[in-house]
Design a protein around this ligand. Sequence first.
Ligand SMILES: NC(=O)c1ccc[n+]([C@@H]2O[C@H](COP(=O)([O-])OP(=O)(O)OC[C@H]3O[C@@H](n4cnc5c(N)ncnc54)[C@H](O)[C@@H]3O)[C@@H](O)[C@H]2O)c1
Length: 517
Amino acid sequence: MAELPLSAPVGVVGAGTMGSGIAQVALVAGHQVRLYDVLDGAAARGVEQIHARLDRLVAKGTLSDAQARAAKERLTAVGSLDALSDCGLVIEAVVEQLPAKRELFAALEKVCADDTILATNTSTISVTAIAAGLRRPERVTGMHFFNPAPLMALVEVPAGATTDPTVAEIVAATAAAWGKTPVRCASTPGFVANRIARPFYGEAMQVLEERGTDCATIDAVLREAGGFPMGPFELADLVGNDVNLAVGRSVWEQTFGDPRYAPFVAQQQVVDAGWLGRKAGRGWYAYDGGDRPAPHTAEPRPAPERVTYHGGFAACYGLLDRIAAAGVSVERYETGPAGTRSGAGEFEPGESAYGIELPGGGLVLETVGEPATVDGDAVALDWVGDPATASRVCLAPGDACEPATLDDAIGMFQAAGLAVSVIDDVPGLIVARTICMLVNEAVDLVARGEAAAADVDTAMRLGTGYPRGPLEWGDRIGSAIVAEILSTLARTYPSGRYRPSPQLIRAAHTGRPLRGL
Ligand SMILES: NC(=O)c1ccc[n+]([C@@H]2O[C@H](COP(=O)([O-])OP(=O)(O)OC[C@H]3O[C@@H](n4cnc5c(N)ncnc54)[C@H](O)[C@@H]3O)[C@@H](O)[C@H]2O)c1
């Protein structure tokens, strides 16, 4: 399907953060752009901001002088919606309130031609609800840019129940022509990226509320062990805790209180306190020029000379090579899940141990969702996103763990060049429970037909910067393990939050790749 021709002017309504960014994108792509805002002088200010950003692009050499000049000539601040009558596409980026958006679309329908496409940049409101009551609801679609719009590649194109698929196709093709990566999806709460990202914050809140550890340690573990670009608390402070809670609450309310998305008391408390994040000078962290609290990092311990691996590592299997390369003798008996065998050793019948056995007989067990306490003298090991590059691991000693077992475990990972964070024995630790929930959410979304598997992974990589898409992650680790952890967590917390997707359970049985769902 062809994109909007460059000869068609683009209207942008709302000249705030997103509107001015979106206008710049359409402008640089070559369209005439008309920017409107209800607030006196706001559109003119938007134009000034765009001019300043174009000048910076010229200074950086991204745009030539002539290109910037031509772009500026194509941009107009307009004083009424009537000036949008000749636009081929109008993108709405006004305040996030359904009545305001509905009123605006009704007004646009009066001034625009019948074939003008009307798009909304809403993050959380149903596209179907925005279009309801219009004479031609089929020409309304979502066109959801991410902030900052000129820099972020992802554009979600959520189609409402009444959206003409051709309209969504044209908008997706237009986003691609503007240099973006469009992802088509259904208009369901949170669309793709905001929906799937909910547990990234939620699991951190759960661990915090259980007093598993503090914000700085959770952030460091997800960054340095998990491979995420930012931890959930520092990211929430950047986004704004009020904004983040509003998105979470909206998804929860729109899913009729599904416990998977229930916000946490701790989130409400920071908002009530006015600790809205960086913009308020205080959020989960203080932004007063002082040092950020350090994550828990264990003091150096000596490494054991030899350890025995009895299988059972999936996400962390590659750490064995790093431990061995550090000079710890690792005797391997491969009993781990399929796909993680190196064929180095044979499992000896009758031997029931799994994980890494330390010299004193204590065990290091990659988490399967149970607390380490159920295994006696044992330490649970959290997942790492990439064993070759992780710079931290997270350990949780069980209540019956011998001090020497924990010391040896810490020393072994330190020898392999990893910082070690020790937390309380929360089931599924931090990275494992987060990844399992992301995978589960992604599988459910695909299973409901709301987006294609490849698009879901693309949306999460580009929209949130996750190191890999959740479905790819699930395939790497194995859907059986992900399903096992979720089932265990669902027994531990029977609220429904951790219920595994039926399709995940089926994939766990058949071995069918999640990316092939
Ligand atoms: N900020 C983000 O990170 C982000 C990301 C993606 C999507 N969004 C969505 O984009 C939309 C705009 O968000 P924003 O952050 O740019 O907000 P903003 O507050 O920066 O800008 C909104 C602008 O809309 C104007 N406005 C309000 N009502 C209007 C009306 N009826 N007609 C014309 N102009 C009107 C306001 O004067 C203001 O200038 C919202 O729907 C929001 O959910 C925001």
